[in-house]
Design a protein around this ligand. Structure first.
Ligand SMILES: Cc1cc2nc3c(=O)[nH]c(=O)nc-3n(C[C@H](O)[C@H](O)[C@H](O)COP(=O)(O)OP(=O)(O)OC[C@H]3O[C@@H](n4cnc5c(N)ncnc54)[C@H](O)[C@@H]3O)c2cc1C
Length: 442
């Protein structure tokens, strides 16, 4: 049993780890967060370069992120929340078709009139399975984890809806393919987005989403540049957490541990896990992306926030986002910042190429597809960020494995796991997983 005043070590200063640490500290524990990188935030960090603010991972929050919005309120950041005023649009045959507000996609020419009818099947599924589609308890949807989004769409919707509505959204937001995404994940996210009473709206924070991690960390004991190497169970109970900082060995005795790294790191830190536990973590795969940020001396068109590119239009680009549409402070006055995201499959196929080649490929595709957004004539700065582990895939089988996890099949006494691979592939999932992990430990 963990009791107040005891030492807890949280490994990983991403949003899952910080959310867990906050809950544990509020419950009276002594908590230290160990983070390998020089700054907190993990995949929700904002980097500042020459007056530009670049999101290294997450870019927006959605109105259905109830836990995230509550946390933002609790830490006093509500006044920093900024609604993103423009829509995203999908490209088809040279035309951009806006997707929201108010389900605009259903009324545009993005897909033909006859193709829209099967959407009623999708709406029927959402209503029929509403009880199982819980954004904060994915395991409830395990009965719906029986086929991929592509198989589901081909059987019940249409090829056009698959290729121009579902695929671009999965690729542009998660860098996934519909072949490797469970229909359960699709139904959960659609229900969360469509059923929210205030409608689907998206937000940023004034200084970028990294502001949330920085604000959380300011109220905690966080040690950055501290890499955990191993967690060793102690005969008398508790754990010894072995770490290093600047080549110096450190160790922390802990009554309890929260492991809030990506899933791939877990088996290295805990080499004593049983085969069944190792298999759980080995089954989690991440999509990849490459983010190219280009700063321009002039403003770019500001009629849209996000551009989604179907794979039928380009194998290379998944999406692009116009940063000053979100908030003027993302670029110096009169300047602009556009971020291009490579598709998951292309990011894997081209990973051996150097940054200059990746940037050439992405910019020439953007110029071919939407020349009005080409930043090159006025570019003053560009940077390539590679993300080998972008989002955990939720492919067929994931929900059954999660149900086993939440039945208690994987964790060990006084050591719990947190991360978006358990809570859902977005900021809300990371925060929920951290808070739930803290509750399990307590
Ligand atoms: C390109 C991209 C775009 C995204 N866009 C959005 C979006 O618009 N909206 C949205 O809601 N979500 C988005 N996401 C998803 C969101 O960013 C993640 O779901 C969330 O940030 C994951 O948080 P986490 O704490 O689970 O993991 P992480 O943020 O990965 O945190 C894990 C932490 O553990 C640390 N760590 C690892 N190993 C060790 C070790 N041995 N010792 C100490 N520390 C260690 C890492 O450095 C890291 O800081 C995006 C992600 C990416 C990559």
């Amino acid at each position: 049993m963990i009791s107040p005043g005891q030492q807890i070590v949280v490994i990983g200063g991403g949003l899952a780890g910080l959310a867990a640490a906050r809950q544990l500290q509020r419950a009276g524990m002594r908590v230290v967060v160990l983070e390998r990188a020089a700054a907190v935030g993990g995949r929700a960090r904002t980097e500042e370069v020459g007056g530009y603010r670049i999101e290294l991972g997450a870019e927006f929050l959605a109105s259905f992120y109830t836990r995230t919005l509550a946390l933002i309120d609790e830490v006093g950041l509500t006044s920093a929340l900024r609604p993103i005023p423009r829509s995203a649009a999908t490209l088809r045959d040279g035309q951009l078709h806006a997707l929201w507000p108010n389900m605009r996609a259903a009324f545009t020419q993005l897909v033909g009139m006859r193709q829209k009818l099967p959407l009623s099947y999708l709406v029927g599924s959402l209503l029929r399975h509403a009880q199982r589609l819980d954004l904060h308890a994915f395991q409830k949807a395990q009965e719906l984890d029986d086929c991929s989004v592509s198989a589901y769409a081909r059987a019940h919707l249409s090829e056009e809806l698959l290729e121009y509505l579902l695929q671009p959204a999965l690729a542009g937001i998660f860098y996934w393919t519909p072949e490797r995404t469970s229909r359960a994940l699709l139904l959960i996210t659609l229900r969360a987005g469509l059923a929210h009473p205030a409608g689907l709206r998206i937000f940023t924070l004034r200084e970028g989403l990294g502001q949330l991690a920085r604000t959380l960390a300011a109220q905690l004991d966080v040690r950055t540049n501290t890499e955990v190497l191993a967690v060793v169970p102690q005969a008398q109970g508790g754990y010894l957490v072995q770490a290093q900082r600047d080549g110096q060995a450190l160790s922390y005795a802990a009554a309890g541990v929260v492991v809030a790294t990506t899933a791939s790191v877990v088996p290295q830190l805990l080499p004593w896990l049983r085969a069944e536990q190792r298999a759980f973590f080995a089954a989690i795969h991440y999509s990849a992306t490459v983010n190219l940020a280009v700063g321009t001396r002039r403003r770019l068109p500001n009629d849209l926030y996000g551009l989604l590119f179907p794979r039928r239009e380009t194998p290379f680009l998944a999406s692009a986002t116009l940063q000053t549409v979100k908030e003027g402070r993302f670029a110096p006055r009169g300047r602009d910042l556009i971020c291009l995201h490579m598709s998951g499959p292309a990011s894997v196929a081209l990973r051996e190429y150097d940054d200059a080649t990746l940037s050439r490929v992405m910019l020439s595709e953007l110029r071919r597809l939407v020349p009005q957004y080409d930043p090159t004539p006025h570019a003053e700065f560009q940077r390539v960020y590679r993300c080998a582990e972008a989002l955990p895939e939720f492919d067929v089988g994931t929900f059954r494995r999660m149900a086993n996890f939440f039945r208690g099949g994987i964790e060990v006494p006084n050591l719990v796991f947190a991360g978006d691979y358990l809570g859902g592939p977005f900021v809300e999932g990371a925060i929920t997983s951290g808070e739930q992990a803290a509750q399990r430990l307590l």
